[in-house]
Design a protein around this ligand. Structure first.
Ligand SMILES: [Fe+2]
Length: 266
């Protein structure tokens, strides 16, 4: 069964585009999945909405469900397996120049490989967890694939890429069905999802992350920010300065403070 489109069998030729893209290395691939595989995906029927334990509804991650510890549908599982295959990871090494790149085996248990978002959902600007759950190796790369089959631009749900302090949106990657976005993950690659508007349809996506056995994984890249990795939890940017001083936001403040100190010392 062909899963990824023929066009993206070899990723070497996209390497320069990936490395030189701003605000940080990334690439967008349209019609990423093989046409017939994409058309057979069952994300419209499959839902994780009922798993309330994985449903997030805070003021920084609104109306979103993730699939942690939820059995994925057969098709989504096959797709995630393909993204974690040695063959594909090897292509990602060529794309990124990260020779010691590897896939995690924790899968959809400690991490969440499938996400759904509903009416007025959004994800505030953030960086993800810094480390592989079992080994602690650096988290260096993400792939997102937009799976909902029909989507209008006016419905929102674009992925945003921000500058090094997460305060300014530098790039908007619109949610277009069967589009893949691959982007570097570092302590300074802030990203998020724009709010969904007037939309009865859910926004589905697959997410797989990758790690490096090298603790200085970005050395070969020319970045607009500190070329370092350090340990940090998922860290969100709060909308306004005053938000940091609200009692309900104290855990966000704590994480941001840790991140700041570590980035100064790094
Ligand atoms: Fe993220």
């Amino acid at each position: 069964m062909k899963i990824i489109s023929e066009k993206y069998t070899s990723l070497q030729n996209f390497s320069e585009t990936f490395k030189n893209s701003k605000p940080f290395p990334h690439i967008v691939f349209d019609n990423f999945l093989d046409k017939s595989f994409f058309s057979e995906l069952d994300t419209d029927k499959f839902t994780i909405e009922k798993f309330k334990n994985a449903h997030l509804d805070t003021f920084l991650e609104r109306n979103k469900s993730n699939s942690r510890n939820v059995d994925l549908s057969n098709k989504i599982r096959i797709l995630v397996e393909e993204l974690n295959s040695d063959r594909f990871v090897n292509e990602l090494r060529k794309l990124t120049g990260i020779d010691e790149l590897f896939q995690t085996s924790v899968g959809n248990t400690a991490l969440s490989n499938y996400h759904e978002m509903y009416q007025s959902g959004f994800v505030g600007t953030h960086v993800d967890h810094s480390s592989e759950p079992e080994t602690g190796y650096p988290h260096v790369l993400n792939i997102l694939i937009y799976l909902t089959k029909h989507w209008k631009e006016s419905w929102g749900g674009s992925t945003i890429l921000a500058n090094k302090n997460g305060r300014k949106i530098e790039k908007i990657v619109n949610y277009i069905p069967n589009r893949a976005v691959i982007f570097l993950h570092s302590p300074f690659t802030f990203h998020g999802v724009q709010e969904l508007n007037n939309n009865e349809k859910k926004r589905s996506s697959v997410y797989v992350d990758y790690y490096s056995k090298n603790k200085q994984p970005y050395k070969h890249l020319n970045l607009d920010f500190k070329n370092v990795w350090f340990k940090h939890p998922a860290t969100f940017i709060l909308p306004g300065i005053s938000d940091y001083f609200k009692w309900k936001n104290r855990s966000y403040l704590k994480r941001m403070f840790k991140h700041k100190i570590k980035s100064i010392l790094a």
